[in-house]
Design a protein around this ligand. Structure first.
Ligand code: AMP
Ligand code: MG
Length: 422
């Protein structure tokens, strides 16, 4: 590992410090009640208490026979004990069966176990090993071994006790939590409002994807990438499209974002020092702009500030820089507004399968991580120029090379951000 001199970039702001400063301007958004069929991916704003036991009553875990264990203590294959079947207990009905000595009830999975029974013997372990639908209740059943009390009974409250906290504020609702809430009889839950994000791309060279290329023009990539990213990380997009390099147009676009009452304005390009980078100037007139040169690669120039009190993030124009800038700075801000508590990207340790060099800034490299002989190994994808989207498309991970490191040999361990596959 070769390290650069500590003060290699004294004028650049550390990524961690820049992120901390930026996050200081965001807070979890207000609370809304959302029905279960729309709640996946949302973040709970309050703890959830169970209103009932789960399961709500003792029920059978098997199709079989509800018995009193005292009746079958002496059962054996040679001398099975015969019980009289006095009732049939289907799922879904209250039970009114009171088993007396020598009696059993046929019972279905999920049906209420009568208080007089203390075990269920599965059909497979009796002489009535049949379960075609509609089979009539047998008169008797043979049990050929003893059963222990509680066998194949799911006890009321064994999963969840009434009054317990079962889900916590800050927790994101996955499909399994949706079903859990439903099982608990909770049809809607309090979550944080979705962040509304206005997105625009700046640059005279940009045309929308539907238009045919003209000399000097390129198709806008960033507003599409950023829209998809914002939605992926829980936000809602107000698409302000492409803004030409004209101050009045930039102002008009920012005012539209303002009137939409968005929670964040997100732009790409037009914030660096080029002669036609007007976004910066317009924002400075009606807000404040912290223009940061962040100690990272790609994505060094990052503008952060507010326009008429709405937070503004200006990402670099190069498509890979915009993507990396989003992942490092905007993703955590979105998660924070959504109410998540853990904002850092989960990192995985991987082993380099080629040597790499860096200029000493915190570097994000596009990489393919695969498992070989049980370990995760990483190679770089294609040309790493920050304008080359293809190398990002080929990647399934970003490798994070800490600041101060200028080279690493093949075999070194680094942190990888595995990129989700959807
Ligand atoms: P700028 O920050 O305006 O100097 O832009 C840096 C580079 O990124 C230039 O090559 C731009 O053409 C390119 N670029 C800017 N915005 C976009 C965009 N939305 N989609 C694709 N490339 C872009
Ligand atoms: Mg430009």
């Amino acid at each position: 590992v070769t390290r650069s001199h500590n003060q290699a970039f004294p004028d650049l702001l550390d990524v961690a410090e820049a992120l901390q400063r930026l996050l200081g301007h965001f807070a979890p958004l207000g609370v809304v009640e959302i029905p279960l069929n729309q709640i996946r991916g949302r973040v709970l704003a309050k703890d959830i208490l169970a209103r009932d036991d789960l399961p709500p009553f003792n029920n059978s875990a098997m199709d079989g026979f509800a018995v009193r264990t005292v009746d079958v203590l002496g059962a054996s294959p040679e001398q099975p004990i015969v019980l009289n079947v006095v009732a049939d207990i289907p799922a879904g009905l209250p039970v009114e069966v009171d088993l007396k000595a020598g009696q059993a009830a046929r019972i279905m999975t999920g049906a209420v176990v009568p208080a007089s029974a203390d075990a269920v013997v599965p059909v497979e372990e009796t002489d009535i090993n049949q379960r075609q639908p509609g089979l009539k209740t047998p008169e008797a059943v043979q049990i050929s071994k003893p059963v222990h009390p509680g066998a194949h009974i799911r006890l009321a409250g064994e999963d969840v006790r009434k009054g317990e906290v079962v889900l916590w504020a800050g927790q994101m609702i996955r499909p399994q939590e949706v079903g859990f809430l439903s099982a608990l009889g909770i049809p809607k839950a309090p979550v944080h409002r979705k962040p509304r994000v206005a997105i625009f791309s700046s640059g005279d060279e940009l045309i929308p994807v539907e238009e045919t290329l003209q000399p000097g023009k390129i198709h806008d990539a960033n507003s599409y990438t950023l829209t998809a990213l914002v939605e992926h990380f829980g936000g809602e997009v107000i698409n302000l499209e492409i803004v030409p390099d004209v101050p009045e147009a930039v102002r008009e676009c920012l005012d539209r974002a303002y009137s939409e009452k968005v929670d964040l304005i997100l732009s790409s390009a037009g914030v660096s020092v080029g002669a036609l980078d007007f976004v910066r100037g317009v924002i400075e007139q009606d807000g404040q702009l912290d223009f940061w040169r962040v100690n990272m690669r790609p994505g060094k120039p990052l503008a952060f500030g507010d326009y008429r009190k709405i937070p503004f993030v200006g990402l670099p124009g190069n498509p890979v820089s915009a993507y990396v800038g989003f992942m490092v700075f905007v993703r955590p801000a979105l998660l924070k507004m959504c109410g998540r508590r853990e904002l850092s990207y989960p990192a995985t340790r991987v082993e380099l399968r080629e040597s790499i060099t860096s200029d000493g800034r915190e570097t994000y490299l596009r990489s393919i991580v695969t498992k070989q002989e049980g370990i995760l190994v990483a190679r770089l994808t294609g040309h790493q120029g920050s304008g080359n989207l293809r190398s990002l498309v080929q990647a399934n991970a970003l490798l994070m090379i800490p600041s101060g490191v200028v080279s690493l040999p093949s075999g070194a361990q680094v942190d990888a951000w595995m990129l989700s596959s959807d």
